[in-house]
Design a protein around this ligand. Structure first.
Ligand code: GTP
Ligand code: MG
Length: 350
């Protein structure tokens, strides 16, 4: 069975310049140990051999840490794999890791050539020449890796900022069009504190919050960027993150509708999106009619009947996420109808 890795850990990725500075540091920090007893050339030879050996060890460790430390995409949970593929060019990623990995071979061959030159040196000038060649070749090797190391460093920075999502936890994914109150809902019901603002597309990436049930069962709530009413092929990278959360993480989908014209999106568009989500994802969906503090009764009524036209068995809640009214009822419903039954199932299968 393939091991699926759910947490993303990234190593420090040095730049070519950092590695070069470190090489110079390692090289010249080593000085001759017993200056007086050995004849000059032997002393120089021994010192030079130690220096190239240490540089080789330092660089091969650095290359290995990067090549093996960066995540292996095919071992990741598909949610993370596809999320990362939205952010970076997979081909360039694989090429960069392979090139850094292969640099160890080039390093070995530079090392072997240099050892031969140092061993066959008969004058101190020969040793100086061997050193100059060695450092020049190492510098070329490092500069040749510059685009790949820069790319991997940039990738590591992006991966480091990924939300800490655990695909194994019971997960509620909050979805809907922009500006309808998704982030406000997540703030009401979980530890997550995503930004709330009066303009659409405030949320541009996934945010995670948690709450606990029965003292120690951790539940994950994911805030997603708003989706527009359009087909999958037209969706941009920001929307696709929301799609991945719906596809791979959602055990329950909370779909928020703004029945007023406050969000800037019509009820028809929102209901079309709801239909699209119901058609494409299997997780049970709950609908929240939000902003009831400002909605007219007629607006709420129209929203309710349009939702019922899609599926009159969808559980619907009236809420106001600006002051969290009704939000606790939504969570209690999810706990009673989805989380407790899941826990009972887990216990009975033991
Ligand atoms: N009157 C009223 N305003 C609300 C309510 N819930 C949210 N808002 C306002 O609606 C705006 C959008 O809220 P957000 O929670 O940021 O909405 P969102 O769906 O996360 O928006 P995006 O991240 O842009 O997709 C903010 O100005 C909120 O204060 C509500 O229940 N009543
Ligand atoms: Mg938001």
């Amino acid at each position: 069975m393939m091991l699926v890795i759910n947490v993303i850990k990234v190593p420090h990725v040095p730049t070519s310049e950092e590695l070069w500075n470190a090489v110079i540091g390692v090289y010249f920090s080593l000085q001759t140990r017993n200056p007086s007893v050995e004849p000059g050339i032997d002393r120089l030879r021994r010192l030079e051999l130690r220096r190239v050996r240490e540089v080789r060890r330092y660089l091969s460790d650095a290359f290995r840490d990067v090549a093996l430390g960066m995540p292996f995409l095919d071992s990741l949970h598909p949610f993370y794999r596809e999320l990362i593929e939205l952010m970076i060019d997979r081909t360039m990623y694989k090429h960069s890791l392979a090139k850094v990995g292969h640099a160890t071979k080039a390093l070995s061959s530079i090392y072997k050539d240099t050892v031969l030159s140092i061993k066959s040196a008969t004058t101190s000038n020969d040793i100086t020449r061997a050193r100059r060649n060695f450092l020049a070749r190492i510098r070329n090797l490092l500069m040749d890796l510059k685009p790949e190391l820069d790319f991997l460093k940039n990738t590591a920075t992006k991966l480091d900022k990924l939300p800490n999502i655990d695909p194994n936890l019971f997960t509620i994914v909050v979805s809907g069009m922009p500006n309808v109150g998704k982030s406000s809902f997540v703030r009401c019901v979980s530890s997550g504190k995503p930004k709330v603002a009066e303009y659409p597309f405030t949320t541009k990436e996934l945010h995670v919050g948690h709450f606990t049930v029965l003292n120690d069962v951790k539940v994950q709530v994911i805030d997603t960027p708003g989706l527009l009413d359009r087909s999958l092929s037209e969706r941009n990278r920001i929307e696709l993150q929301a799609i991945l959360a719906l596809k791979y993480l959602a055990r329950v989908i909370v779909f928020i509708v703004d029945p007023t014209n406050h969000s800037g999106y019509s009820l028809i568009e929102q209901v079309n999106l709801l239909r699209e989500i119901k058609d494409n994802f299997n997780a049970p969906t709950l609908v929240l009619i939000n902003k009831i503090d400002i909605a007219m009764e007629s607006e709420v009524g129209t929203a309710l009947s349009n939702v019922a036209l899609i599926d009159n068995s969808i559980p619907v809640f009236r809420v106001s996420t600006i002051n969290c009214n009704g939000c606790r009822d939504v969570i209690n419903y999810i706990i009673d109808n989805y989380i407790i039954p899941m826990l009972k199932e887990v216990l009975s299968s033991r």
